[in-house]
Design a binder for this molecule. Sequence first.
Ligand code: ZN
Length: 131
Amino acid sequence: MIYKFSIKTERENLYNVTSKVREAVRESGIENGQVIIFCPHTTAGITINENADPDVIHDILLGLDKAFPDRREFLHFEGNSSAHLKASCVGSSQTVILSEGRLLLGTWQGIYFCEFDGPRTRNFYVKVIKD
Ligand code: ZN
């Protein structure tokens, strides 16, 4: 089963979408299997990271800015190569194990939609696969 979600984003931020993923799992009625969370955009991505301290999100964004700054040497006509690099770095999808109706995330883990080139209306997909 595939579920599609929309999200309105700011210029650059990470959005905790764990509750949306859990909603898809509940609706599917599937108890055991795998859940794929996929982002169909080239300047956004999906990652799993800490859900307790919001400063971690701040630091991830800061670290990605330091790692992938805008550069005059970039050729891409849209001028958003830094966002493309960040998106490739975090990746377009994550897979989580589903066991007895529960996502096997760690206590401090959340699933995040990563916007690197907003504001936009974005989509992501959740596919629940039965074992
Ligand atoms: Zn571009």
